[in-house]
Write a protein that binds this ligand. Structure first.
Ligand SMILES: [Zn+2]
Length: 107
């Protein structure tokens, strides 16, 4: 028993397509997003702020767009299972002490 679950786990890890449940600390609303949420968030935020060609770089998944549509700051969302901010290094694997800068020569 549980072997199917474990196989699904493995499958999801392999494809990198994991499910993340985010909780809004303001109102307790829950959001389910798939994939690398922190990365998607950063990319979307970057394209919003820079208004550069990053927008056309790739389409933001609907899961992520929903986070931004929320009335509260999605950057403060907490990853449900760990209770940590999803943008924290422990959760995302990114060190986001500083916002992504336009250091690339993309424009
Ligand atoms: Zn909220």
């Amino acid at each position: 028993m549980g072997s199917l679950e474990r196989r699904l786990d493995k499958l999801q890890q392999k494809s990198g397509y994991q499910r993340t449940t985010l909780v809004c600390p303001e109102c307790g609303g829950e959001f389910t997003a798939y994939g690398d949420v922190a990365l998607e968030y950063i990319v979307h935020e970057y394209s919003r702020v820079s208004q550069s060609s990053a927008e056309s770089y790739r389409e933001t998944p609907e899961d992520i767009r929903r986070l931004f549509d929320h009335e509260h700051d999605p950057g403060a969302f907490v990853e449900k299972s760990s209770g940590l901010p999803f943008l924290s290094k422990a959760v995302s694997g990114f060190n986001i002490g500083t916002a992504p800068e336009r250091s690339e020569d993309g424009t």
